[in-house]
Design a protein around this ligand. Structure first.
Ligand SMILES: [Zn+2]
Length: 373
């Protein structure tokens, strides 16, 4: 889902529609899908939920400072995905580039007719897995990919819908371009469009967290590329075979160009967080059923979520219901918190509060830097 925000009229319509959904979990799920974050702000549109939770978080907050946090977290082992994750795809190279298109050695063709700029990619901080609120280093090239769905209207994928499919696809590309929402869009026919140039950041990830062996990345617009499938969660044919094939060759080409590890190719639902209520999954696109294997990736749903084990975020019931059983990352990260707390001889709730304190320290620092730009 792109990082836009509904207008006041839109908000009223969304609330009216939500009021007509009887099941409270389904209603929340609908609201969550419709209420998206504005650019570069933390407001989430969930004040009615966020306020009591924030009070609970603040009440549980430990008085201990960063120095102790570093001490407590030193030497923690972080489980990673299986060794298959380490394998890199074959080398892919550019064979032809014109104003209109790029063609690659693995069959990838990228349409450049909607290409636009946003803002140059900023150097991004990388934080230690072992603790501390100051970066251990900085990066300046993409280290990962976040997969999205556009959640735009999609007609049935049938020949007699061709005109409508074409028209909606074009409209979508216009919107994505005006919002600088993603680097790439894969339309229903599997055509790959470059929208935001790769040297710039796209507004795709919002508040988000991911980690690899190098460290922890926070707010991934600068550090991760955004690929969005023209798709609607819950629609009859969520993605078409042509889209999956296109995502496979696009992923191979990007991994080859930037040496992106497989474990950093993940979905928006895995990385998205809401700092107001300290819950994961503010955005839930690709919360389940992402075709990792068909795209040539290991099942990255089994990687523990760094938002949980490094910063004390947690999943709520809505998120758990959406991700279902195929998403081991939440359970593994929770188990890790328990182990870490035990190793530190600290009650789990208190340990989590220390982790949250560390996140708040980093968040404050990031906001100050942002304000100084
Ligand atoms: Zn998204």
């Amino acid at each position: 889902m792109p990082a836009g925000f509904p207008s006041f009229g839109e908000t009223a319509r969304i609330e009216w529609r939500a009021g007509r959904i009887a099941d409270p979990v389904e209603r929340l799920r609908y609201l969550r899908r419709r209420m998206v974050q504005p650019k570069r702000r933390d407001f989430q549109g969930f004040g009615f939920i966020a306020v009591p939770l924030m009070i609970a978080v603040l009440a549980a907050r430990s008085p201990t400072g960063s120095a102790e946090t570093i001490e407590r977290e030193r030497g923690l082992a972080v489980p990673r995905a299986g060794s298959a994750a380490a394998s890199m795809p074959p080398h892919v190279w550019l064979i032809e580039k014109t104003e209109a298109a790029e063609v690659y050695s693995n069959g990838l063709r990228i349409d450049r007719t909607f290409l636009t700029s946003n803002r140059p990619r900023a150097r991004f901080p990388v934080y230690s897995l072992a603790g501390a609120s100051v970066p251990v280093k900085y990066g300046d090239a993409p280290v990962g990919i976040v997969y999205h769905t556009t959640e735009s209207l999609v007609p049935p994928f049938e020949e007699d819908q061709n005109h409508k499919l074409q028209r909606l696809g074009r409209n979508l590309l216009e919107v994505v371009r005006s919002e600088r929402a993603y680097h790439f869009v894969i339309d229903r026919f599997g055509r790959v469009y470059a929208v935001v140039v790769e040297t710039d950041a796209a507004n795709h990830a919002g508040n988000s967290i991911w980690a690899d062996a190098e460290g922890i990345y926070i707010n991934l617009n600068d550090s991760f590329l955004g690929i969005s499938f023209e798709a609607q969660t819950g629609a009859a044919d969520a993605v078409t075979p042509a889209q999956i094939q296109a995502a496979k060759v696009l992923t191979e080409a990007l991994r080859s160009r930037y040496q992106i590890p497989a474990e950093n190719c993940v979905t928006h639902a895995q990385v998205s967080v809401n700092p107001l209520n300290m819950k994961v999954g503010a955005h839930t696109d690709w919360a389940g059923d992402f075709p990792f294997a068909k795209i040539g990736l290991p099942n990255n749903y089994s990687i523990p979520l760094a938002s949980i084990y490094a910063f004390g975020f947690d999943a709520d019931e809505v998120y758990e219901r959406m991700v279902g059983m195929n998403f081991g990352g939440v359970a593994l990260a929770r188990a890790q918190i328990e182990r870490q707390a035990e190793a530190q001889n600290t009650p789990a709730a208190q340990y989590r509060a220390i982790l949250r304190h560390r996140y708040k320290d980093i968040e404050t620092e990031l906001k100050q830097n942002e304000g100084g730009n």
